[in-house]
Design a protein around this ligand. Sequence first.
Ligand code: FAD
Length: 391
Amino acid sequence: MATRASVDAVIVGGGMAGVSVGYFLADSGASVALVEAEPTLAFHTTGRSAAQYLENYGDDVVRRLTAAGRPFFAEPPEQFCDSELWSPRPMMRVGGPELVETFHAEAAAAQVLVPSTEFLDAATALQRHPALRPELVAAAIYEPDAMDLDVAGLHQLFVRGLRHHGGAIHVSSPVVAVEPSGSRWRVTAGDLVIECGVVVNASGAWGDRVATMAGVEPIGLHALRRTAFVARISDQFDPSTWPLTDFESPEHGMEVYCKPESGGLLVSPADETPSDPCDARPEELDIALAIDRINTWTTLDVRSVSSSWAGLRTFTANRSLVAGFAPDAPGFFWLVGQGGYGIQTAPGLGRASSELIQSGSLPSDIADRGVTPGDLSADRPDLSGDLIAGH
Ligand SMILES: Cc1cc2nc3c(=O)[nH]c(=O)nc-3n(C[C@H](O)[C@H](O)[C@H](O)COP(=O)(O)OP(=O)(O)OC[C@H]3O[C@@H](n4cnc5c(N)ncnc54)[C@H](O)[C@@H]3O)c2cc1C
């Protein structure tokens, strides 16, 4: 027999998007039920990231929301958190002679929002990453205040806080129906039937499917597979202080990136292969391509891999974030399009979403950064259509 409940908000999806908005909603007094299809939370994209915080990544709204989370990462609520959520890991983009002018211009543009961004000459880039091949590197852009993130720690913090404030989390509860019920919604998930005022669609790559179930016009999300693996490297290298390093060319944009990881180096070919929503798996060919590129750009001579994985980064056509009510369905809130920045934006975006759901406005510190509700609205024509280029 079905278990029945009634709450202010049902959140669909227990990845970083779902638990972050759930945390902030519950913290402000709303009653919340989060439903997750899988037996464990964070099973899909959230558990498969590169765990990086980059203030120079994404469009201006992404950058502003990322920076709005800085105080939360630096001083998380103690009662829900056992350890530091981040540690320094600068970021460096390197390129050959054809990119020197571009890097000069991009570094100057980046300094508007992130003044600490530096343009580096080849000699300085080599000091920061001694395994680079000097004959290939002509310049770099350096973000000194980028950070490594504890993704599991952040996710767990949100889960603990959500529960502490009375929120319920139901795993193994796939949403199979979302129907209007008077002026409210009725969500059927596993053996639960929950009435609510607001449905938050935080289902990542499944966002359009959940919308369709509710009779809401889909956005046309693009789910793109990205591969990552841990490469073993020789003991002669100590990568612990190396930056996260992107290798770029005019033909391919970002060709490959790597960063220190226990057991070696985390490497990704920065692939973007369109995919249906699924449990994404890495392809041998993508791993081989990344090894080839890393061995071209560095003297690391990578030959073996200790583990590999893949996840779906889900974008709107213009690669912007969506946190807003569906124009065609009152009470249906979209929280999608986190692409490659859903971990680093979670404290800012989760808080922004909670406030938008409850008051229609943004927290004042986020508004003061120049973000408006319109920037996050689900009612923008450029969310749909062909995906713009990016990484
Ligand atoms: C290789 C890689 C590297 C990345 N690196 C970074 C990085 O360095 N920094 C960063 O900030 N981001 C990074 N990202 C992106 C980041 O991981 C994502 O933006 C983020 O995890 C998205 O979270 P989410 O909660 O939207 O999606 P998900 O974690 O996929 O969660 C969605 C959840 O919804 C559930 N669901 C779907 N349908 C239903 C249903 N019908 N009923 C119930 N539940 C349902 C799914 O089971 C899933 O658990 C990276 C991603 C990849 C793949």
